[in-house]
Ligand binder design. Structure first.
Ligand SMILES: Nc1nc2c(ncn2[C@@H]2O[C@H](COP(=O)(O)OP(=O)(O)OP(=O)(O)O)[C@@H](O)[C@H]2O)c(=O)[nH]1
Ligand SMILES: [Mg+2]
Length: 672
């Protein structure tokens, strides 16, 4: 593809609730531009943007796609973002790279949760926005209903730029309110025509409202409008574009992606009204907004040029790592199709393969202001175990590769529970990560996430640890008296050597400590690692021939076990800190639910736009599935972060069950 100046580039993100028709609309735009000669369908897995096998299987988009296309002397970079909540990170990346967010809203379902979530994200960055009301051909489609909903949710800036001609199966075309022109569609072909009589009155009213809405932004136009002087469509379009660029006016267009109604008008609107990217000279710099793994090329980074021109073979310094990255292969993308380019000017978007160490959000080249990419927190854990010995060997490597292209997925090995835990944004995200492992030839099984319980003691206790063995020849003999005292929470472990007079020879004291530490780390009386104790060895006995390191290690271990059993051991559980943001109306339900989960509310305060932030602590065991609970409690409107806070004693009625479960588990597995 040839190089276009910034003024001829349009970077448009298609965003909106899952299933509103973004991928279908991208397909329709590509068809309209002549980039494809057959209109693919999501249901058939034949669209340009949903090319991943997971997308075919699930018939939803799971990853951001770029489709670059030439259209009427312009370059259109279409960023097709997934709508499903789990993949909101990719929608955030699209918003960071785009100069216009085109919200695709279903004419049947109207404004849905993710529409609102994404609108808030776009508004937070002051991004210009427009709306395409799609699926007008479907049964129960209603443009008027959706329009009033849009106005109610997103304010007076929402301005219809078109009206549909007919709806549901009677959808025939759209009226352009600025040009006072009707467009009719049949089998994808469009013809201009007169505005149908039945629409004339409504058209006049909405036209006047639209023109008034536009001219208020321009004193000169306002004067001419009030003086009844003619104002050309071009002048109105130009002023409208200014209103869009300053994110004050949000034009609403409409049609049907699959029936190709209004698509040419939408494309024209994007060229005329969507803001071009800012053009900055200077040394080249670019921001990476998405990384993915291509089965043939390996790792690919999508980038947007911020300053200057990025050329093939450019060496740009990664500002985060300080290392030099070579842009060996630069190409633009249309779904999975690559098209090599030799240079990418400021404002344009392209992809590069095989950079060494680059991740989402990195700026390469000269210092430059880059848009921050708001990544979601992975808040849902699942434990995975290799299905076989062969899988075990490959698992770490495969996990690393999956993580590389998915900055949201977190993987950790828990040394206490011996589990590999993957953290994702939701069930679907995790399932797809598991599928990706499978594609890399690694089979895993999911297990419930185990909570790393611990135990500690409540009182001081002492015991004699005596190890004695006489089996023919040389025996084993060692005695260590161990005293245990509770320490404050989080203190860990302290060893005190209080031996006097050589009752235990110097060289064997470390063996006593080692025996205690190993026992503590493996299992105390209740079956869990023991923490927050001070162990003092204060007396002992030895034998000149039979004593050895081994016998004192055993003595330390035995003394510890007996003393711990006498020191009233209690179970400790991890407690998490939660920061939950929900619309105000859900506050009561969320707090009630947290109380039922043994949570403690620490405060709540309004954070603007009708939302409250609730700070709470809850036992980790109770909130392992909180991502799912909060989603169903708030219809997907809530979000939260969670982090480990501290360990607390478990109430005894709860503790008994956990200890019992742990015993049966330990009996039936051999892993530790
Ligand atoms: N009748 C009708 N169906 C449509 C239209 N646009 C999309 N669809 C259908 O709606 C379903 C979802 O369309 P997609 O294009 O996958 O929607 P999406 O917004 O990309 O979905 P996600 O990426 O998963 O959020 C598919 O079955 C499409 O064929 C339309 O204008 N009319
Ligand atoms: Mg899609």
């Amino acid at each position: 593809m040839k190089t276009f100046p910034s003024s001829a580039i349009r970077n448009v993100a298609l965003v909106g609730h899952g299933g509103s028709g973004k991928t279908s609309l991208a397909e329709a735009l590509l068809y309209e531009a002549g980039a494809i000669n057959r209109l693919g369908r999501v249901e058939d897995g034949t669209t340009v943007c949903d090319y991943d096998p997971e997308e075919h299987k699930r018939q939803i988009s799971v990853s951001l796609s770029l489709a670059a296309v030439e259209y009427q002397g312009h370059k259109l970079n279409i960023l097709d973002a997934p709508g499903y909540a789990d993949f909101v990170g990719d929608a955030a990346a699209a918003l960071a790279a785009a100069d216009l967010a085109l919200f695709v809203v279903s004419a049947v379902d109207g404004v849905e949760v993710q529409t609102e979530v994404l609108w808030r994200m776009a508004a937070a960055r002051g991004l210009p926005r427009a709306i395409f009301v799609n699926k007008l051909d479907r049964e129960r489609a209603s443009f008027r209903k959706v329009l009033s909903q849009l106005k109610e949710k997103f304010g007076a800036g929402v301005a219809p730029r078109q009206l549909p001609i007919g709806e549901e199966s009677a959808l025939r075309g759209v009226v352009d309110l600025l040009a006072d022109q009707a467009y009719f569609y049949e089998n994808g072909a469009s013809t201009e025509g007169e505005i149908p009589d039945e629409l004339a009155d409504e058209e006049h009213a909405v036209h006047d409202a639209l023109v008034e809405g536009i001219v208020v932004a321009d004193d000169d136009l306002m004067e001419r409008y009030l003086g009844d002087e003619p104002i050309s469509t071009d002048e109105l379009t130009h002023t409208l574009a200014n209103g869009v660029a300053s994110a004050e006016v949000f034009p609403v267009l409409c049609g049907s992606a699959t029936q190709l109604v209004g698509i040419d008008r939408l494309a024209r609107f994007v060229l005329d009204v969507a803001p071009p990217p800012p053009s900055h000279d200077g040394g080249p710099s670019a921001v990476v907004f998405k990384t993915l793994a291509d089965p043939y090329v390996g790792r690919i980074n999508y980038f947007k040029v911020l300053h200057g021109t990025v050329k093939t073979d450019a060496h740009l310094v990664n500002r985060r790592t300080g290392s030099d990255e070579r842009f060996h292969q630069i190409f633009t993308l249309r779904g999975k199709e690559h098209d090599s380019v030799s240079e990418v000017p400021a404002g344009d978007i392209a992809a590069v393969a095989k950079l060494a160490d680059v991740s989402t959000g990195d700026v390469l080249g000269e210092e430059a202001d880059a848009p921050a990419i708001e990544m979601p927190e992975p808040v849902l854990p699942t434990a995975v175990a290799p299905a076989s010995k062969a899988d075990e060997d490959k698992l770490a490597n495969a996990l690393h590769r999956v993580q590389e292209e998915d900055p949201v997925l977190r993987v950790e090995r828990n040394p206490e529970t011996h589990q590999t835990v993957m953290w994702g944004t939701g069930e679907t995200h995790l399932q797809i990560a598991i599928e990706k492992l499978r594609h890399l030839g690694v089979e895993v099984v999911e297990e419930p996430v185990r909570v790393p319980y611990r135990e500690t003691i409540q009182v001081k206790a002492e015991a004699e640890g005596k190890y004695k063995k006489q089996t023919g020849g040389r025996g084993q003999f060692g005695v260590a008296f161990v005293r245990l005292e509770p320490m404050e929470r989080g203190a860990g472990f302290e060893f005190v050597d209080a031996i006097v007079g050589g009752v235990i020879p110097r060289q064997f004291i470390p063996a006593v400590e080692k025996g205690i530490v190993e026992t503590m780390e493996t299992s105390g009386t209740l079956g869990f690692p023991v923490v927050d104790v001070r162990a003092t060895v204060y007396d002992g006995k030895h034998h000149p021939v039979d004593s050895s390191e081994m016998s004192f290690k055993m003595a330390g271990s035995l003394g510890f076990k007996e003393a711990e059993a006498a020191a009233q051991p209690v179970l400790l559980e991890p407690v998490s800190e939660l920061l939950i943001t929900v619309p105000e109306e859900y506050q009561g339900d969320v707090i009630g639910d947290l109380n039922a989960k043994r949570g403690r509310i620490q405060g709540s305060e309004p954070v603007g736009s009708g939302e409250v932030e609730i700070k709470a602590q809850a036992p980790t065991a109770e909130i392992l599935r909180y991502a799912i609970d909060l989603r169903s409690l708030t219809g997907g409107r809530g979000r939260f972060t969670m982090s480990h806070s501290h360990y607390d004693p478990v109430p005894s009625h709860v503790a008994d069950r956990i200890i019992e479960d742990h015993r049966t588990h330990a009996d039936t597995t051999s892993d530790h």
